[in-house]
Design a binder for this molecule. Structure first.
Ligand code: IPM
Ligand code: MG
Length: 358
């Protein structure tokens, strides 16, 4: 029997609750399928680890997970640890060295869920945002001098490399080609930012020659927000810089009903390193321990993980199970306006997996 070794890093807050739910669901799927199984290795890295050891993960942390088939990640962030420490100490400390340069964020309005957009019932909004995940505004280049003085200077320098831009645009064209509508929108801000963003536009036009079957267009990021709200049906696959796509993906999640549903995959397409799968939402300390976190974002990213592992039938079965559950408003958690608990949603998804004959 095939066995997948998964590094489970639940992290902080509700990360613990949703990853526990995700592991139960993945085990139920493996049992239902019968041809593969999971071995989950848990890692207790995160803010509690930081408070005890002064670092978010041990110095040899990457070596401990580099041979796993995938990483299943919850959330990081705690009220009493600065956000840039939790982010750079764990999430980016994994994404960047493992060269997970393609961050893939599907957005759809699942059955039973109401979009805040009045005119949108469901099929009009079906997007995948491809976020550049290794450089740009998150390159970590910059500094502060004369800290605290009146002449203090601070910089965050966005770094864009031709190879980094080309590989993400190529990834996005490939993904667009694999989707039924074969449509890609390249987002930049090349009117105001006249160097790196103009290079993005040029590289997009060059790469497009290799994809004559993909219909593509360009948008400025500010105008893109209006198009997402006003004409969602004109969009399909979207590629943007690290920061632009970060912002657009929150908008996308809100338009699809809740951040609690949204998944994300941090992919190393060459498979030299494990890829990492996580819900988009954060640690949500306001609801931690209440048992009401929405596990759907984690289930959806588990689908992305299964697809990455080559278990497409199991991924499809999980998505069908999730959609059956979201279709029932009695199984909506409070972020969706319902009263259901994480436990109830998880049990219902497991029951749907067991009852699925597809
Ligand atoms: C995301 C998040 C992170 C990001 C935060 C937690 C730093 O917003 O995954 O979209 O900006 O990358
Ligand atoms: Mg974000």
């Amino acid at each position: 029997m095939k066995q997948y070794r998964i590094a489970a890093i639940p992290g902080d807050g509700i990360g613990q609750e949703v990853i526990a739910a995700g592991i139960e669901v993945l085990d139920a799927l493996a049992e239902r399928d019968g041809s593969f199984e999971f071995a989950f290795d848990p890692f207790d890295w995160g803010s509690d680890y930081y408070k005890a050891h002064g670092v978010m993960m041990p110095a040899d942390g990457l070596a401990q997970i580099k041979d796993h088939d995938a990483i299943f990640f919850g959330a990081v962030g705690a009220p009493d640890v600065p956000d840039h420490i939790t982010l750079w100490g764990l999430r980016l400390a994994i994404c960047q060295p493992f060269d997970q340069y393609a961050n893939v964020r599907p957005t759809r309005i699942l059955p039973g869920i109401t979009s805040p957009l009045r005119h949108v019932t469901g099929p009009e909004l079906d997007w995948v945002i491809v976020r550049e995940n290794s450089e740009g505004e998150y390159a970590g280049v910059g500094g502060r001098v004369h800290q605290g003085h009146a002449n203090e200077v601070a910089t965050d320098v966005s770094m864009m490399t031709r190879s980094g831009v080309e590989r993400i645009i190529r990834y996005a064209f490939d993904l667009a080609r694999a989707r039924p509508r074969k449509r890609l929108t390249v987002v930049t801000k090349s009117n105001a930012q006249r160097y790196a963003m103009v290079m993005w536009d040029e590289i997009a036009a060059e790469v497009a020659h290799d994809f004559p079957d993909v219909i593509w267009d360009k948008m400025l990021v500010d105008a893109m927000t209006m198009r997402m709200v006003g004409k969602p049906e004109t969009l399909d696959t979207i590629v943007a810089t690290n920061l632009h796509a970060d912002i657009l993906s929150d908008l996308a999640a809100a338009l699809a009903g809740s951040l609690g549903i949204a998944p994300t995959a941090n992919i190393n397409p060459e498979r030299r390193f494990p890829s990492m799968f996580e819900p988009i939402h954060g640690s949500a300390f306001d609801i931690t321990g209440k048992g009401i976190a929405n596990p759907v974002g984690t289930f959806w990213t588990a689908c992305q993980m299964l697809e990455h592992l080559g278990e497409k039938p199991a991924a499809d079965r999980l998505m069908r199970a999730v959609e059956r559950v979201t279709a029932d408003p009695a199984l909506h958690t409070p972020d969706l306006g319902g009263k259901a608990t994480t436990r109830q949603v998880t049990d219902a998804v497991i029951a749907a997996i067991r009852g699925d004959n597809g």
